[in-house]
Design a protein around this ligand. Structure first.
Ligand SMILES: Nc1ncnc2c1ncn2[C@@H]1O[C@H](COP(=O)(O)OP(=O)(O)O)[C@@H](O)[C@H]1O
Ligand SMILES: [Mg+2]
Length: 451
């Protein structure tokens, strides 16, 4: 929640003698005289006489001004986003702007209100600005999301990641849940099916991908015609019928010096990897995200807006809340959550007995909460850790329940939830489900904090 703003910060010029209403910091209370959240900006700005002597603006003039009101979260103007269903201007120059918010309790309401009022008031013929608030329907919301994503895509900076590659970022609310193990095992199992799969270790200072994959060669750089900067070449490994292309700061600094990277701006380092690595042909790019930080997700959303998220959680019910934050952050940066992977699930011994060492139900609970499918449960099994230590992901050559579970999730990714770009088509439906579920949760939260 943002800190409450005072009247002045909301941009509404106080009339003489009027007090800033301390119980209404956002100035959203209905104005008892005007019957709406009225402001009288131009009366102050231009004086009542001059304002009335100028012709009122046309609807187009007002819409043009409103195109400068940019939704602070999405970076797109409110007209383009379909948040302005109507504009009314009366003969006296009073303007009423209809504004539909994505959700009723939107915390950005005060900011949008201030922006709309001050911008429309700039037009000389305007004597009064009122906002008629509304709320979007689910359909309107999903079309807004589509517009925002399209916009982000069109304005994304160049990366060397081919446009046809499916980008899957593996995230979790905190470290130690097996995010890196899940990333390398899924990447390896997808590659083994015959795909070319990139692995970007975005856990810049906590990298573990080199060890997990048993790769330690330094990265080479290659001169590129027409550019003064060389490009980094990923480390390549043949895996089954496919190829892994791996990039990690571990190939630059060695595991011991990792601590020196702490001061580095994480998001910048990831951006640089996306820009300066010559990935070449790629069907998939798996990104091992650093734990619990929003910066990198925001950077990714800007650089690669088509990134989809896989959220890893442990079966403990408490862990699910932490992981939900990762999903929530994704939604705020308009990334899609494609599915949940539960790791360290119940271990079933040879005698068929099940040991739920880390609790149970967390994966399904998270999936239900965010409306994304539970893609699989990877049991807690020594073979996973041993494979990691040996640099041989269990999903490749291993046998046993964990290896099987990783391979099954990899198949689901390829066949169902993130088919290679040319076979895609059904993920959009899943996005609506996730959005709807998270919106419902927001509405419930807003309701409980209101009451
Ligand atoms: N399913 C599993 N069964 C057994 N050990 C696991 C499993 N998943 C991860 N581990 C072990 O747990 C530790 C943390 O895993 P890691 O992938 O590094 O987590 P994160 O990247 O989330 O910090 C590692 O020692 C790893 O070998
Ligand atoms: Mg890790």
């Amino acid at each position: 929640m943002r800190p409450p703003l005072g009247c002045a910060a909301v941009g509404r010029t106080r009339r003489q003698g009027e007090k800033c209403n301390a119980t209404d910091p956002y100035n959203l209370l209905v104005d008892p005289v005007a019957g709406s959240t009225a402001a009288t900006p131009s009366a102050d700005a231009h004086g009542p006489d001059t304002a009335r002597s100028v012709a009122p603006p046309s609807e187009q003039d007002v819409l043009d001004l409103l195109r400068q009101v940019v939704d602070p979260e999405l970076g797109v103007d409110i007209v383009t986003l379909g948040m302005v269903p109507r504009v009314r201007i009366d003969a006296g120059g009073a303007v009423t702007v209809g504004v539909k918010l994505t959700i009723g309790g939107c915390p950005l309401r005060a900011e949008i209100k201030r922006d709309v009022e001050t911008r429309v008031a700039l037009h000389p013929g305007v004597t009064d600005v009122r906002i008629d608030w509304g709320e979007m329907t689910a359909d309107e919301r999903s079309s807004l999301m589509a517009t925002a994503r399209l916009h982000a895509r069109e304005h994304a900076p160049d990366t060397e990641v081919p446009a046809s590659a499916r980008v899957l970022a593996v995230a979790s609310g905190k470290g130690g849940v097996g995010k890196s193990s899940v990333t390398v095992n899924l990447a390896a199992a997808v590659a083994a099916q015959g795909f070319t799969v990139g692995v970007l270790d975005a856990d810049i200072w906590g990298f573990s991908v080199p060890r997990l994959l048993g790769i330690d060669e330094r990265l080479e750089a290659e001169r590129v015609d027409g550019s003064d900067k060389p490009k980094i070449l990923p480390n390549e490994r043949r895996v089954g019928r496919g190829t892994l292309k791996v990039v990690s700061t571990g190939f630059l600094v060695g595991e011991d010096t990792a601590l020196m990277w702490r001061g580095l701006m994480l998001a910048k380092a990831v951006e640089q990897f996306l820009r300066d690595v010559r990935w070449g042909e790629l069907d998939y790019l798996f990104i091992d995200m650093p734990p619990g930080t929003g910066d990198v997700q925001m950077g990714l959303a800007r650089m690669l807006p088509r990134t989809d998220l896989l959220v890893v959680t442990t079966p403990a019910l408490a862990a699910q809340k932490v992981a939900a934050r990762a999903a929530d952050m994704a939604r705020r940066s308009y990334l899609r959550v494609l599915g949940v992977v539960e790791n360290m699930s119940a271990f079933v011994c040879d005698h068929g007995e099940s040991y739920a060492l880390f609790g149970s139900g967390g994966g399904q609970a998270l999936a239900d909460e965010i409306g994304a499918p539970l893609l699989g449960q990877i049991p807690l099994e020594p073979a996973v850790a041993a494979g990691g230590d040996a640099g041989a992901p269990v999903a490749l050559a291993g046998t046993g329940p964990a290896a099987d579970a990783f391979r099954a999730v990899a198949r689901r990714i390829v066949d169902e939830i993130a088919p290679p770009a040319n076979m895609a088509g059904c993920t959009a439906r899943m996005l609506s489900a996730v959005t709807a579920a998270l919106d419902a949760r927001d509405a419930a939260d807003a309701h409980s904090s209101d009451s």
